[in-house]
Design a protein around this ligand. Structure first.
Ligand SMILES: Cc1cc2nc3c(=O)[nH]c(=O)nc-3n(C[C@H](O)[C@H](O)[C@H](O)COP(=O)(O)OP(=O)(O)OC[C@H]3O[C@@H](n4cnc5c(N)ncnc54)[C@H](O)[C@@H]3O)c2cc1C
Ligand code: FES
Length: 270
């Protein structure tokens, strides 16, 4: 299989079939009749047909990047998980059945299968659980560790069967950080036989990166950076790697942890 599924040229319409609420998160399920099936970890640039590029404060003008949450095999449906954090996500969260969603994708490079003999451990934080859902579907078996800020957000864990959950405030699941669960999972000999896949806030990814580096465990990290185009034209998404700057939308968003240092996760120089 190629390391990426490429997007058809141009933006296309993918009408919303259903909007679901999971605590403060929204899942948009849409019908993408014209696109190829995405690989886990790839993303789409989304915008709405109406009220985009105008209205309140005249934002947003640009589409926004979203990981694919699920793409049921053999169908045309795509699912996205959204958290309302600004004008773009708010407008997308307001879309309902039949509304016009516009997308470009699938874009970028997703997750690669675990190396021979290694079991997959998936680690997600907050809305960063999105690419892990489709990856869990494709892998069939994996340990899934998910961390959320509080009980309301922990309802997002229902999107991935069999997940072990932590909350920062202990209001659901284990109290503490999801990386504490990962540290326990990696302790001992069994930990050496895993490959870690992670997506979440930069501080969580940096903790995962350091833990895995210390124990010599391979890890693939799904990173984020501000993206204006999503396909390599604007250079807005560059991150620092150990071998220089890369465009995250072209070489990522999933990067092998050994390619990056702490700087890639803090926006600093390599
Ligand atoms: C490859 C990729 C996949 C993503 N997948 C998802 C997803 O599945 N679900 C989801 O809800 N969001 C996802 N995002 C993040 C989403 O694209 C941004 O949060 C988006 O900018 C929100 O747009 P907005 O107009 O609502 O808010 P904005 O006005 O753009 O931003 C609101 C706030 O978020 C901060 N912010 C914006 N973008 C980022 C970023 N990339 N990293 C850190 N902080 C940021 C801003 O500084 C601001 O404080 C993804 C981003 C990337 C690059
Ligand atoms: S988002 Fe434009 S080059 Fe990556």
């Amino acid at each position: 299989m190629s390391d990426r599924q490429t997007a058809p040229f141009g933006r296309r319409a993918a009408p919303v079939i259903v909007r679901e609420r999971h605590g403060p998160y929204v899942v948009l399920r849409c019908e993408d009749a014209g696109g190829p099936r995405p690989q886990a970890g790839q993303f789409y640039m989304l915008s709405a047909r109406r009220r985009w590029g105008g209205g309140e404060a005249e934002r947003p003008f640009l589409p926004r990047a979203f990981s694919v949450l699920r793409a049921p095999p053999g169908g045309r449906e795509l699912q996205f998980l959204l958290e309302d954090v600004g004008p773009g996500t708010r407008r997308l969260c307001e879309l309902g059945t039949g509304d016009g969603l516009l997308l470009v994708g699938p874009l970028g490079v997703g997750f690669k299968p675990p190396r021979e003999g290694r079991a997959a451990v998936l680690v997600g934080g907050g809305v960063g659980i999105a690419p892990l859902a489709i990856w869990r579907d494709q892998l069939g078996a994996a340990d899934v560790l998910l961390g959320f800020r509080d009980r309301a957000r922990a309802r997002g864990a229902g999107l991935i069967a069999g997940a072990t959950v932590t909350t920062d405030d202990g209001s659901a699941g284990h109290r503490g950080l999801v990386t504490e669960l990962l540290e326990r999972r990696l302790a001992g000999d069994a930990g050496a036989l895993v490959e870690v896949y992670a997506c979440g806030p930069p501080a969580m990814l940096e903790a995962v990166r350091r833990l895995c580096e210390r124990r010599g465990v391979p890890a693939q990290l799904a990173l984020e950076s501000g993206m204006a185009c999503g396909f390599g034209a604007c250079f807005g998404c560059v991150v620092a790697t150990r071998s220089g700057y890369v465009r995250l939308c072209v070489e990522g968003p999933v990067l092998a942890a050994e390619r990056i240092g702490a700087a890639a996760l803090s926006g600093g120089a390599p």
